[in-house]
Design a protein around this ligand. Structure first.
Ligand code: ATP
Ligand code: MG
Ligand code: K
Length: 710
């Protein structure tokens, strides 16, 4: 079993693996620790990661980046619309309302979904891990931003499936960081709690998390974020600044020229990095546009001045995190900054001012997420023994169930009923049971209770529960289990009809009417309130509430306790027997891929990966022919000189020259098989010469040895 952690960033990805001696960040093919999240489509193959970044300036329209911004978002999403303005590739709205990316690939313009693209990035990361571990990688942990919606989380899982990965745990990036921070700490107090704030400023977003540490455990106290505040925003500010300046000074409008835009943006990013270490920095670009070279210059002060609107927004998530954690600023013991954009000095100034202490950088700012993910994977893996350390995660969004009121409520138009199931800060994972008094098919929606935080449509999914079996008792309960899983994805897991039956007189009552539920709903008084739970022993564990329509809800804290409650129910009412019948549950998740479509995407990815491999092998074979030509030509006039006759050498040299010419002309773009045949053809002539030389050389050593023996 592989133990691997992936941090897929909007800009950079990191792969960490667990080895017996600890967690290592592994190098990619280009010996880099960071791998760009880019897929570049070519005429013959794709280039992903570092290779993709290398091709991207040549081929910007077909180089897809910022995939993390695109995934699991509707095309109409205002943030996505903002992002699209600076993306050099074409994105349109698909028939389902989600974005489709257009790129020229294998001679045609094709469309891809963001999920497919993330699948490509993950499969590149997977192969980096595999090359380092020398084994197949399937099980892994993947870091995700805390603000990822239910749909975005599902999209990451689908992308992982497309890449042939099986995530054991999608873990919040800041929580992974907190884990990497706490697990090696040997001085954590037994009883007191040390509160640490983690602030991650990445490429496109900012996340804050406050965690309380004790010996052997961490508890997430609060998460907060700004989804659109990251390093790229500083680039944009500089870009706008210099674009305006150059329009003035050089009379060029970079907005009219896509390539000039890309080059100026890249230069501004470099400039920003220089300003992190220097009080001022120059900007020079040769031949930016209209054959004009441009020169610019900016001081850090001015950079900070023009960045004020961005810097201004940093405080809000910090305040929110403190408020949600219920902490005064003095109660935050340590502040750790991570994410590469935190290197902007003005950021540190704001953090220092806010917390009243200087933030620390004891974590490796770019690698800690991947390390935390690998650690989490190791904890979950049976093959690794990891120091006992418990992570108590907290879910950032309140989630409700909602359903149409029953017929009893008809005069109010079957009003919408809502029940909060997972409040903000609910532990992850968690299972809760909601009890309904319904006996015919109905549907419930899972939705965000407070969608304003996310700016997405509130509805996540709809579950249709039914058909029901014939109901025999007069007050049946339907227990609906709702799960918030380890990835932070919510689903209705099962529905069970509970009917109390008299043991002595089994089922001899009049047959239940179709609208039993109506009667139940109509008579809420005796089922409402705590009395509704009279058959439950663990009253303290059951938060029984009744809403206006008289629907009773027993909400339970955790899966295990819930299971226990069912057992207890039987113990408490010895005269009654509870008959349980499973009621079918059908799921519809808005915007999610259907399993059949995931399967199709898996096959497509397989085909594209095969094409990439064939092209890589073709390149290798072509290189082998070229290398043979050069090598043999050198040896013919050197090592092999005495082992060829003059006409033989002349003929072979001509043949080599002919091959070299062919490689640059007709043979430039041949199939793998042609290069293999070509090499064999050459070897037919070259091998006998090589043989003769080898025979001589070996004889030579034998002679030497003999001489030595004598
Ligand atoms: P995200 O976490 O938002 O998905 P990511 O993990 O890819 O993105 P990071 O690698 O943490 O992002 O940060 C990338 C950003 O950091 C880029 O905007 C980059 O320009 C910026 N950055 C890198 N080095 C420096 C530096 N020395 N000074 C200022 N900014 C920097
Ligand atoms: Mg990041
Ligand atoms: K383990």
């Amino acid at each position: 079993m592989s133990v691997v952690g992936f941090d897929f960033g909007n800009e950079n990805c990191i792969v960490a693996v667990a080895r017996q001696r600890g967690i290592d960040v592994v190098l990619n093919d280009e010996s880099k620790r960071e791998t760009p999240a880019i897929v570049c489509f070519g005429e013959k193959q794709r280039f992903i990661g570092t290779a993709g970044a290398a091709s991207s300036t040549m081929n910007p329209k077909n180089s897809i980046s910022q995939i993390k911004r695109l995934i699991g978002r509707q095309f109409s999403d205002p943030e996505l619309q903002m992002d699209l303005k600076s993306m050099p590739f074409s994105v349109t709205e698909g028939p389902d309302g989600y974005p489709l990316i257009h790129a020229r690939y294998l001679g045609d313009v094709r469309t891809f979904t963001p999920t497919q693209l993330l699948g490509m990035v993950l499969s590149d990361l997977k192969s980096i891990a595999e090359k380092n571990l020398n084994t197949a990688v399937v099980d892994c942990c993947i870091g995700i931003p805390v603000y990822f919606t239910d749909l975005q989380r599902r999209a990451v899982l689908d992308a992982a499936t497309i890449a042939g990965l099986h995530p054991l745990h999608l873990i919040h990036e800041t929580t992974a960081t907190a884990l990497a921070y706490g697990i090696y700490k040997t001085d954590l107090p037994e009883n007191d709690q040390i509160n640490v704030a983690f602030v991650d400023i990445g490429h496109a977003s900012m996340q804050v998390c406050i965690a309380g540490f004790k010996k052997g455990q961490l508890k997430i106290l609060a998460h907060s974020f700004d989804r659109s505040l990251g390093g790229r925003d500083f680039d944009e500010v500089l870009f706008q600044h210099f674009a305006a300046k150059f329009k003035d000074e050089y009379k060029i409008d970079v907005f009219q020229n896509a390539r000039a835009c890309i080059r100026l943006r890249a230069a501004c990013e470099k400039l920003k990095k220089v300003l992190s270490a220097n009080p001022e920095a120059p900007l020079n670009i040769e031949c930016l546009m209209d054959e004009k070279d441009v020169r610019g210059f900016i001081k850090r002060e001015e950079f900070e001045h023009i960045s004020a609107p961005i810097l201004h927004r940093v405080k809000r998530p910090l305040e929110k995190a403190l408020a949600d954690a219920g902490l005064a600023v003095e109660e935050v013991h340590t502040v750790e900054v991570i994410g590469s954009a935190s290197r902007v000095p003005a950021m540190l100034k704001i953090l220092t001012e806010f917390f009243g202490k200087e933030p620390r950088r004891t974590m490796n700012a770019s690698e800690c997420v991947a390390r935390g993910c690998a650690l989490q994977c190791a904890i979950l893996s049976p093959t690794f023994k990891v120091r006992e350390f418990q992570v108590n995660e907290s879910f950032p969004f309140p989630i409700s169930l909602s359903w149409k009121g029953s017929a009893a409520d008809a005069q109010h138009g079957g009003a919408e009923q809502q029940q909060l199931v997972f409040p903000k800060g609910n532990p992850i994972p968690s299972v809760k049971a909601v009890t309904f008094h319904k006996t015919s098919t109905f549907s419930v929606d899972v939705q965000y209770s407070d969608p304003s935080d996310l700016q997405v449509p509130p509805k996540i999914s709809t579950y249709t529960i039914g058909p029901f079996p014939t109901v025999r008792s007069d007050r049946p309960k339907l227990k609906v289990k709702v799960r918030l899983n380890l990835h932070g994805i919510v689903s209705v897991e099962s529905a069970t009809l509970l009917e109390e039956e008299d043991v002595e007189v089994p089922v001899s009552k009049e047959p239940a009417k179709e609208d039993t539920k109506m009667e139940t709903d109509e008579a809420p008084k005796d089922t409402a309130g705590p009395s509704a739970n009279e058959t439950d022993v663990n009253m303290q564990d059951v938060k029984g509430t009744a809403n206006a329509a008289g629907v009773e809800n027993g909400v339970h804290e955790s899966g295990d306790k819930h299971m226990q409650m069912e057992t207890d129910t039987k113990v408490e009412a010895p005269k009654k027997k509870v008959k349980k019948t499973d009621v079918p549950v059908a799921e519809l998740v808005y915007g999610a891929m259907l399993p059949a479509d995931v399967q199709k995407a898996v096959e497509k990815e397989f085909e594209m990966a095969l094409q990439d491999r064939v092209m890589e092998e073709t390149k290798d074979k072509k290189n082998a022919v070229e290398a043979y030509v050069y090598d043999m030509r050198n040896k013919l006039s050197d090592k092999y000189h005495d082992f060829v006759t003059a006409p033989e050498k002349e003929e072979f040299t001509a043949k080599l020259q002919e091959t070299e010419d062919w490689l640059y002309e007709d043979g430039e773009d041949e199939t793998k098989g042609v290069y293999v045949a070509k090499l064999e053809e050459l070897k037919k002539q070259g091998d006998p010469i090589e043989e003769r030389y080898k025979e001589y050389a070996e004889r030579g050593t034998v002679v030497d040895q003999l001489a030595y023996c004598i």
